[in-house]
Write a protein that binds this ligand. Structure first.
Ligand code: MG
Length: 413
C-alpha cells in the first residue's frame, strides 16, 4: 500500500499543484465559509476538485470502487483534492438495510485523512427528510469519529426532489446541523435543496441562520442544465450564500447520453471564476455516459487512457488542470491554462483556455531566475515555447494576467 510519502515523491515531480511537500489539507487546512466563498486556513477562497464515488449500495456495482487503492490512484494520477463517498440510504441495499455501506464510507474517510485530501460524507438520498432520526444518528457518529479532522465535510441531503425548502428541507437540515454542531462546532456542512439541488436561488432568500460554515449543494448535468441554472447559481451567490457542486455530469441528467463539451466548458469557467469546488459524477464503470471508467475497469486504480470513457478522459483533464496554482499575493480562482506535453524535451504548447486575458510569460528556473521571456499578444490563445536550449530539470512558467499571476511547473526532459 502506498503511503503519502511515496505519493509525494511522485507528486513533487509531476504536479504543478504540489510545489512543496504538502498535502492539500496541509496546505489549506480547516475550511470555513465567509459570505459566498469557502475559505482555507489562510482565508483564501479555495476550489476543491475531485470525484464522487457512485452509490455505495450493496450489489449496485459502484461499491467495488470504495477502495484505498482508488483513492491513492486518484491522488497520484488525477490530482484530486477531494473525494465524495455517496452513501446510499433508503434504496435497496442502502445503509438502512445494510450497515456495510457505512464501513465503505469510513474506509474512504480514513484513507482521505491518511493521505491528506478532503472527503465529503454524503447522505445520498432523495428522501432524507423521511429518515431524519437516522441521519442524526449517523452524522453524530461521524462527527464523534471525524469532527476534529479538517479533511471532513458533511453533506446531509444529496438531492431533495420537488418539495418545499421552507417547510420540509430546511427544518430537516436545521435538526441535523444542530446535532452535528453539538459535537463538531466547525467542519463544513453542505445542504441540499429542492429540485435535485438546483434551487439555490430560493434557498438564498431564506438561508439557514445562526450556524457557521454552511454551504449549499448545486448539482448540474451539462447536457441538460445550461445558462438558466448558472443564472440561478449566480443569483444565489449574489445573495451571499456559498455553493459546492458535490456532483455534476458532462452528460444528461439521467446520467447517460453523450458528453456535452461546450456546456461543460461553460460550467467549468463559471466554477473557476467563482471559486466553487466540485466533484464529478461518477467514479464507476457502469455502462452509462456519466461513468468515467469503462465496464470492467479495475477497482484498484492504475487505469490507462483505454480504461477511461469519453467523459472520463475529459473529467481527468479538467481535474488535473484545475485552477489551483496561485501566486502568493493573489486569491483564487486562477483561470485554467493547459500546458502540454509536460514533461517535454523540445517544445511545450501553452493553451490559455477560454479567456484571452493573459499576456507576458516568463520561464524561471528553480532559483526563480528568468531563463526565458515570451511575448504574447493579448488575444493569443496558443503559444509554443522552445525548451531545446535548456538543461533538463524543473522550471516554472509564470503567466501574467491583468489581475494576477499563474505559476505552472514544467519538467524539461
Ligand atoms: Mg471540527
Amino acid at each position: 500500500m502506498k503511503t503519502w510519502m511515496t505519493t509525494l515523491l511522485l507528486l513533487c515531480f509531476l504536479s504543478p499543484f504540489y510545489t512543496s511537500a504538502q498535502s492539500p489539507v496541509d496546505q489549506h487546512g480547516k475550511l470555513s465559509v465567509d459570505g459566498n466563498k469557502i475559505l482555507d486556513k489562510s482565508n483564501n477562497p479555495v476550489s476543491l476538485v475531485g470525484m464522487s464515488l457512485f452509490w455505495s449500495n450493496t450489489n449496485w456495482g459502484g461499491e467495488e470502487f470504495y477502495t484505498e487503492e482508488v483513492v491513492d490512484w486518484l491522488i497520484e494520477d488525477w490530482e484530486i483534492t477531494v473525494i465524495r463517498a455517496a452513501m446510499g440510504v433508503d434504496e435497496n441495499g442502502g445503509y438502512l438495510s445494510d450497515a456495510s455501506n457505512k464501513d465503505r464510507v469510513k474506509k474512504i474517510v480514513d484513507k482521505a485523512i491518511e493521505t491528506g485530501i478532503y472527503v465529503i460524507i454524503d447522505w445520498h438520498s432523495h428522501h432524507a427528510h423521511d429518515y431524519e432520526q437516522d441521519a442524526i444518528d449517523f452524522f453524530e457518529e461521524m462527527a464523534e469519529a471525524y469532527g476534529d479532522y479538517p479533511n471532513v465535510i458533511y453533506e446531509i441531503y444529496n438531492e431533495p426532489m420537488q418539495i418545499s425548502w421552507a417547510n420540509t428541507i430546511k427544518p430537516y437540515a436545521e435538526s441535523v446541523i444542530e446535532a452535528i454542531r453539538a459535537i463538531d462546532p466547525d467542519n463544513l456542512i453542505i445542504v441540499g435543496n429542492p429540485t435535485w439541488s438546483q434551487d439555490v436561488d430560493i434557498v438564498s432568500q431564506d438561508p439557514i441562520e445562526g450556524q457557521i460554515n454552511i454551504a449549499y449543494t448545486l448539482h448540474f448535468y451539462a447536457a441538460t442544465h445550461g445558462q438558466y441554472l448558472r443564472d440561478k447559481a449566480k443569483a444565489a451567490l449574489d445573495n451571499g450564500i456559498a455553493l459546492f457542486v458535490t456532483e455534476w455530469g458532462t452528460v444528461s441528467a439521467n446520467g447517460d447520453g453523450a458528453v456535452d463539451e461546450a456546456e461543460t466548458a461553460a460550467w467549468m469557467d463559471f466554477l473557476c471564476e467563482h471559486a466553487i469546488g466540485h466533484c464529478n459524477w461518477a467514479l464507476n464503470d457502469k455502462p452509462e455516459g456519466a461513468s468515467v471508467l469503462k465496464e470492467g475497469a479495475s477497482p484498484l486504480g492504475g487505469w490507462s487512457a483505454n480504461d477511461l470513457t469519453t467523459s472520463g478522459v475529459l473529467v481527468k483533464e479538467i481535474i488535473k488542470d484545475w485552477c489551483l496554482s496561485v501566486d502568493s499575493e493573489q486569491v483564487y480562482p486562477q483561470k485554467r491554462v493547459k500546458i502540454y506535453p509536460n514533461p517535454s524535451e523540445n517544445t511545450i504548447q501553452v493553451n490559455l483556455g477560454y479567456y484571452n486575458l493573459y499576456k507576458g510569460l516568463s520561464l524561471r528556473n528553480i532559483e526563480g531566475r528568468i531563463v526565458k521571456s515570451i511575448d504574447a499578444d493579448f488575444d493569443q490563445k496558443e503559444i509554443e515555447i522552445d525548451l531545446s536550449d535548456l538543461k533538463a530539470g524543473i522550471y516554472f512558467l509564470h503567466v501574467n494576467g491583468p489581475d494576477n499571476q499563474l505559476v505552472k511547473k514544467i519538467i524539461k526532459l
